[in-house]
Write a protein that binds this ligand. Structure first.
Ligand SMILES: NC(=O)c1ccc[n+]([C@@H]2O[C@H](COP(=O)([O-])OP(=O)(O)OC[C@H]3O[C@@H](n4cnc5c(N)ncnc54)[C@H](OP(=O)(O)O)[C@@H]3O)[C@@H](O)[C@H]2O)c1
Length: 249
């Protein structure tokens, strides 16, 4: 009998992570929500289990190494292994500042959560991923982190800087490339996904506000995450994809 797929999604108590958690639980995956907001996580678990899914949450601020260690212990005690790690937690704090006057603390916060947090969670979960059948890692990146698009004048966000966010997501892509090589012999694929500009509360946006031009639904934003996490075993490795296909690094 195939091993149950156990999936940890960081920052999954809302937004794209929650949509992915709900969809993947419907496929029979046991979901663990790595949560910053405990009340929202409890609500998410209630909704998933009421729908017949298996879900739990663990307190997980990805910038807090003690919590990262405790989260891995939680997964080890509950399931012994981890099949899919989705590094979804992310922030944007630098808005459309010019690089000339971007606040340094905003840059540091973005790297702390988007890159260092993701790397710490990945390093800590690797021993559990190695114990699973068909393990894989999915890193939430962004088209704003694509160097190829940032230098392409036809890219719709060519003149939109957000240097800290973009650089932290470019770092996430490099993380994907490095871990994909390091874990290749263990049969653990690592891929980056760009959800695209999506209707969530990301960056403190009020979801009741009218959608800006070019913004897609949250469901469209979650689709590629769900697609990648549904591939068991995952045959792609070291890719950077979105709904429309592959993106330039
Ligand atoms: N929405 C977009 O347009 C878009 C586009 C490209 C890429 N992305 C990426 O997609 C991912 C999900 O974004 P989303 O749109 O679903 O945004 P969201 O609704 O704001 O979800 C992000 C989640 O990450 C959590 N989080 C923030 N800091 C954390 C930390 N230190 N530890 C653990 N969790 C933390 C947030 O918790 P709190 O809300 O409680 O802080 C929230 O639950 C992010 O990585 C983002 O960069 C989004």
């Amino acid at each position: 009998m195939a091993q149950k797929v156990v999936t940890l999604i960081t920052g999954a108590e809302k937004g794209l992570g929650l949509l992915a958690a709900k969809a993947l639980s419907k496929e029979g995956q046991a979901i663990i929500i790595g949560a910053l907001d405990e009340a929202a996580a409890k609500q998410a678990v209630t909704e998933i289990t009421a729908d017949g899914g298996e879900a739990s949450y663990v307190n997980l601020d990805v910038t807090n190494h003690d919590q990262v260690k405790k989260a891995s212990q939680y997964v080890a005690d509950k399931y012994r292994y981890l099949t899919i790690l989705i590094n979804n937690a992310g922030i944007v704090t630098d808005g459309p500042h010019s690089p000339v006057d971007i606040p340094m603390d905003a840059l540091r916060k973005e790297f702390d959560v988007n890159f260092f947090g993701s790397v710490d969670v990945t390093q800590t979960m690797v021993p559990l991923l190695k114990k699973a059948e068909n393990a894989q890692i999915i890193n939430l990146s962004s088209n704003m982190g694509s160097l190829g698009l940032a230098t392409d004048p036809s890219f719709p966000f060519y003149n939109f800087y957000s240097m800290g966010y973009g650089a932290s997501k470019a770092a996430v892509n490099f993380e994907t490339i490095c871990f994909s090589k390091a874990l290749k012999d263990d049969g653990i694929p690592v891929n980056s996904v760009n959800p695209g500009f999506s209707d969530t509360a990301f960056g403190g946006r009020n979801t009741n506000d009218p959608k800006p031009a070019g913004m897609q639904s949250a469901e469209e934003g979650a689709a590629q995450i769900i697609k990648m996490a549904s591939h068991n075993p995952q045959t792609d490795n070291a890719t950077f994809s979105e709904n429309a296909g592959q993106l330039p690094w």
